[in-house]
Design a binder for this molecule. Structure first.
Ligand code: G3P
Ligand code: MG
Length: 372
């Protein structure tokens, strides 16, 4: 066992375990820090026990969100210990010089995040509505709002001249859509288009001789979702619909238009975020690198990371993800469920955690006790 003790002075070596903390429902409820979140994180920092924050949330650049959280939780944090829903999108270099559509979030903050990731041409549904208000008749009352941050489109929507019309090469839902109607309409327009060219309809749609009955078989762009959460723990006392709610609504429209999965026409999409493996792989890489930096700062010898305590409030994302993640380094991810978010005390969670506790401080106390 690593030399680990409860004295206020940090131990001479880094332990062989670390933590991954979910944010909403574990550390905060919307903008309100949870009562013992500060105590838990500052204790770990005093003991030099590494941790990362791993959230299905997003909507801001990592540096801005981490600054907000550091102030709210009154603990020093930096982007090396922080993974949010869309963070992995920053690595998709193949789209950086192409035209992408980014959906969701407040105003066009997610567009600006994508641009800070290096994406050169980013279009939003608000840009499209501002340029062509008729694209969605039911958001006319929101035009003044959109006009405050929309930008001119890089090309017109002109179905009579497809070669010069606006072509979308990938669609990314970065954060929870604020205008489900407009966003559903525009994504549907892209998915049924000819090769992602807005304003066109693919001749292949409905062609039963083609796979997927022709739908999304005509060069249409990939559709990425950053967060599968159907529900999440916000300020309200009951869980709220998350980005997974928007995706389910879109799937319903898709099914109505194409017959959907029942009719053999699945909506082709890529969904990342907890509980999916790519997000846990990305998070483990980030944690290992962060821990290595801590070791170097204190010239400790590099001990292998044996266990990661995944502390979360949502059985569908945090617990399922922690339980099913099979680390390539042989690290054991131990899921710990708290009762301060989506999961309600006294109910049986759909996915069984290694341990269930009251709040984040109980989770840290229990885990550290396991390591003594
Ligand atoms: O949009 C945020 C919500 O989906 C949950 O985030 O921090 O509980 O993974 P988190
Ligand atoms: Mg949560």
């Amino acid at each position: 066992r690593c030399c680990f003790h409860s004295a206020p002075t940090p131990p001479p070596c880094l332990p062989e375990f670390a933590f991954a903390f979910d944010i909403d429902g574990v550390l905060v409820r919307s903008s309100d820090p949870l009562p013992r979140a500060h105590k838990a994180l500052s204790y770990l920092q005093s003991q030099r026990i590494p941790f990362i924050l791993l959230t299905n949330g997003g909507g801001k650049h990592e540096s801005d969100r981490v600054d907000d959280l550091a102030k709210k939780l009154e603990v020093p944090l930096d982007t090396s210990m922080f993974v949010q829903s869309h963070t992995p999108f920053a690595d998709l270099d193949e789209y950086k010089n192409r035209t992408i559509m980014v959906v969701g979030g407040v105003e066009d903050m997610c567009r600006r995040v994508a641009e800070r990731y290096g994406f050169k041409t980013v279009v939003t549904p608000g840009d499209i509505l501002t340029a062509y208000p008729a694209v969605w008749p039911f958001s006319q009352q929101l035009l003044p709002y959109y006009e405050t941050f929309s930008r001119p489109l890089p090309a017109p929507i002109d179905p009579t001249s497809p070669s010069t019309s606006l072509k979308i090469d990938a669609v990314f839902v970065y954060n929870d859509p604020r205008d489900w109607g407009l966003d559903t309409q525009v994504i549907k327009d892209v998915l049924l288009s000819h090769q992602g060219i807005l304003g066109t309809l693919s001749e292949k749609n409905g062609n039963t001789a083609l796979p997927n009955k022709g739908y999304q078989q005509d060069g249409q762009p990939p559709l990425y979702f950053s967060n599968p959460d159907l529900l999440w723990a916000a300020k309200y006392h009951l869980p709220r619909l998350g980005q997974g709610g928007f995706r389910e609504a879109l799937e319903g429209v898709w099914a109505a238009l194409t017959g959907g999965e029942k009719n053999g026409v699945e909506l082709k999409k890529i969904v990342i975020g907890k509980p999916h493996r790519p997000t846990y792989e990305f998070a483990e890489k980030r944690l290992v690198a962060h821990r290595k930096r801590l070791l170097e700062q204190n010239d400790d010898k590099l001990r292998s990371l044996k266990r990661v305590y995944m502390v979360g409030d949502n059985p569908e994302s945090d617990i399922l993800g922690g339980n099913s993640y099979n680390s390539p380094h042989g690290t054991d991810w131990v899921s710990v469920l708290v009762r301060t978010g989506v999961h309600v005390a006294g109910t049986v969670p759909k996915h069984t955690p290694r341990m269930e506790v009251g709040d984040v401080w109980d989770a840290v106390s229990w885990a550290v006790g396991q390591e003594k």
